[in-house]
Design a protein around this ligand. Structure first.
Ligand SMILES: *Cc1c(COP(=O)(O)O)cnc(C)c1O
Length: 379
């Protein structure tokens, strides 16, 4: 699905130099590389505070801790996402409220959010799934109207941006009150182990969170709040510093590959290609409306599972993200949920297939893959 080796070959000297610097400095925790990366990412995103941490799941959890969410508070998120999003809500004894998504963008449906809001609702967690921002116009409006926090799960969309209806453009992760991201190796900005970060423009919240990631310490050995231990290590920060300057060009490569995939699937009645919101397919100024963490098709003629098998047999990797709605997962089942409220997710889990997507895909590979898919789906 990803070609991390090929990508490494292209930045080998930068990465090796960066790691060597960390080794020579022997500051493996909270060293100068971590601070430098933090500053560089703040500049890239145009956000006041980046707080690095150990992974994207921690980042989400710490966002919720930082906002002071309490047991019993309801947190609305998408039924169609990676489990980490709902996991941390449950872990903090908050009440997860899963809602349906939109069929064309796979992102949380603002109409479903609105229906789910109660007096106990405290936050909305939109996940910018597969590299494209959720409908942040509608979500921010709802949040303002009902006085809710917005925590963006930006693990899949770093470098993406959202253009608001009034023309204003903001980077994913800088729109809500606070955001989390992951530097898991296969993410658009991945390190060579685990890593994550939290973003916010709120000075007080940033201060609270900086202490929380470090055992609740604001002054050495004074523990003011219950915190966690969640750090980005210096070697990972070194890798990320070498990769960050390439993020936009990596995202452009993904976008180019996505355009070629979609062109090849034009006119196929059983294959639905991913939709870009806020943006037309074709050359654009910065290609940041969708950064294609995944390129995900819907196969309409019930051949999805057979197609997965066929591609595997031919040695083409593919993935099903995600095969089970979160509300149907054993850990998150609840009598509060009504199947009738999840028509889209229940359908998508049977139809979606993600094709190989990375920065090193070439035309020949894309042609080979698209021919296999088209011939099989029509066969
Ligand atoms: C990857 C991912 C996470 C978790 O990130 P980790 O670094 O693996 O903990 C959270 N949410 C979404 C949507 C993700 O894709």
């Amino acid at each position: 699905m990803v070609d991390l080796k090929g990508q490494y070959e292209g930045i080998k000297s930068e990465v090796n130099n960066s790691i060597t610097e960390v080794l020579e400095s022997s500051t493996f925790i909270n060293g100068p590389h971590v601070h430098a990366f933090q500053k560089e990412l703040e500049d890239y995103l145009g956000v006041k505070h980046v707080i690095p941490c150990a992974n994207g799941t921690d980042a989400l959890q710490i966002c919720m801790m930082g906002l002071g969410l309490k047991p019993g508070d309801e947190v609305i998120t998408a039924d169609f996402t990676f489990a980490a999003t709902v996991e941390v809500i449950a872990l903090l004894n908050l009440t997860p409220v899963l809602v349906d998504v939109e069929p064309d963008t796979f992102n949380i449906d603002p109409k479903a959010i609105e229906k789910a809001i109660t007096p106990k609702t405290k936050a909305i967690v939109p996940v910018h799934l597969f590299g494209q921002c959720a409908n942040m116009d509608a979500i921010m409006e709802l949040a303002e109207k009902h006085n809710l926090y917005v925590i963006e799960d930006n693990a899949q969309a770093i470098g993406a941006s959202h253009t608001f209806e009034n023309g204003e453009k903001k980077k994913a992760g800088t729109i809500g009150h606070v955001a989390s991201t992951s530097f898991f190796p296969s993410k658009n900005l991945g390190c060579y182990g685990d890593g994550g970060a939290i973003f916010t423009d709120d000075d007080d919240l940033a201060h609270t969170i900086r202490g929380m990631v470090n055992h609740g310490m604001y002054k050495r050995y004074h523990h003011d709040v219950v915190g966690v231990n969640s750090r980005l290590d210096s070697i990972q920060a070194g890798v990320l510093r070498a990769k960050l300057p390439n993020l936009d060009s990596y995202n452009r490569s993904r976008r180019n590959a996505a355009e070629k995939y979609s062109k090849a699937f034009e006119g196929q009645s059983n294959i639905v290609v991913p939709k870009f919101s806020n943006c037309e397919m074709g050359p654009c100024e910065d290609c940041s409306c969708h950064v294609f963490h995944q390129y995900t098709l819907r196969i309409l003629n019930e051949k999805r599972d057979a197609l997965v098998q066929h591609l595997n047999d031919k040695g083409v990797p593919c993935g099903v993200y995600y095969p089970i709605p979160l509300h149907s997962q054993k850990a998150y089942r609840d009598d509060r949920y009504n199947e009738a409220n999840f028509p889209v997710t229940n359908q998508l889990v049977k139809e979606v297939i993600s094709l190989p997507m990375h920065t090193e895909l070439d035309d020949e590979q894309i042609e080979f893959i698209t021919n296999l898919v088209i011939n099989f789906v029509n066969g």
